[in-house]
Design a protein around this ligand. Structure first.
Ligand code: KG4
Length: 338
């Protein structure tokens, strides 16, 4: 029996989870409301909040899983990429836990963990996992990538954003409309009430599978600036249509490249991961491609879309089986690829 305690603290969510033999036993996430009034994550405040949250969150995760501390086989933690101060809290906690209980530590790459979230089992009979090789669209506040996943530990980024991430495009355009932070979920909610064909915004023309979202952000900003000159209430009166059209543009950009990759590589097993995979427009597009193009799609449960420790624990589970343990002097890293 392999029991992994997972710890995630790379940005502004403190999370702990327990996975036993690939099956989820608990996944506790503490968000940080402190950033809302600043319109973005404030790194120093994030690390302080992690320090306050980490012990109660781990305590709850073990309690909900119904296991004692000494039943843990290894502690897996996010080493990076992320905010250094935030990562230090999770890394230091893992070191303390590992030395106090004399269990190994496993370092986890946050991006790899987002992809492997698809292998978390709800119970022993759960067989919804993707088959290798598959394509994974990883879309979050910091990343937009198309990943070719050949095995649990063999992944290649075949396309990535050359500027903003898809989540940033949602958040920055939402900010311009005064929708608060993070704006992605608000745009999603209002888009359901609007007409996605009402406005058109520019789409990038880039070779290969790479993305770009900074042009869309600028075109959205200039469009609003011009319209506001004519009608100061333009945003208020057209909010739903603006959100629906913006969401459609972002989803179309994401899906076009993913489709090209699927055709060229002849892979119809396609997954989505990361915070933006909660977006209903993107989820609907996946369903549509599944119907139209015979894709076998994998959409994660909401709880595994944003940052969570369950995905760290499942990655730790696979690394444990290969004996890939971290050295006691392991340090977090802010930037790293898969
Ligand atoms: O993976 P994630 O939790 O962490 C970061 O990378 O920071 O992703 C957060 C991002 C934010 O940009 C947020 O606006 C976006 O995911 N997001 C959404 C939705 N839910 C979260 N974007 C569009 N529609 C949503 N429903």
């Amino acid at each position: 029996m392999i029991t992994i305690l997972g710890i995630e603290s790379s940005c502004d969510d403190t999370s702990a989870a327990v996975i036993r033999d690939g099956v989820i036993l608990s996944n506790v996430i503490a968000g940080q409301a402190v950033h809302e009034r600043y319109g973005g994550v404030v790194p120093e405040l994030a690390s302080r909040a992690h320090q306050q949250n980490i012990i109660p969150v781990v305590h709850d995760a073990l309690k909900q899983a119904g296991i004692a501390r000494n039943a843990v086989s290894a502690v897996a933690f996010t080493r990076g990429p992320g905010l250094l101060g935030s990562l230090l809290v999770g890394t230091s906690f893992a070191k303390g836990f590992s030395s106090a209980l004399n269990v190994p530590m496993i370092e986890v790459n946050h991006l790899q963990a987002h992809v492997l979230a698809h292998f978390i089992k709800e119970d022993e009979n759960d067989t919804h996992q993707p088959e290798f090789p598959f394509l994974c669209l990883l879309v979050s506040g910091g990343n937009s990538q198309i990943i070719l996943v050949k095995s649990y530990d063999e992944m290649a980024i075949i396309g990535k954003t050359i500027d903003d991430a898809a989540g940033e495009a949602f958040d920055k355009c939402a900010k311009v409309m005064g929708l608060g932070y993070p704006g992605g979920p608000v745009v999603d909610r209002l888009a359901k009430l609007g007409n996605p064909k009402r406005f058109t915004f520019s789409k990038p023309r880039i070779d290969g599978y790479d993305y770009s979202f900074s042009g869309l952000k600028t075109s959205f900003l200039y469009f609003l600036r011009d319209e506001l000159k004519k009608d100061p209430d333009f945003i208020e009166t057209n909010k739903n249509d603006l959100c629906a059209s913006l969401q459609k543009t972002i989803v179309d950009i994401l899906m076009d490249k993913l489709y090209q990759a699927s055709v060229n590589l002849k892979i119809k097993e396609v997954a989505v991961a990361g915070g933006v995979s909660a977006n209903s427009g993107l989820r609907n597009a996946f369903e549509e491609y599944s119907r139209k193009h015979g894709w076998k799609i994998h959409i994660p449960k909401f709880a595994y879309t944003t940052d969570n420790a369950a995905m760290v624990a499942i990655t730790g589970y696979y690394k444990y089986q290969k004996g890939e343990f971290a050295a006691p002097d392991v340090a977090p890293y802010a930037r790293v690829s898969i």
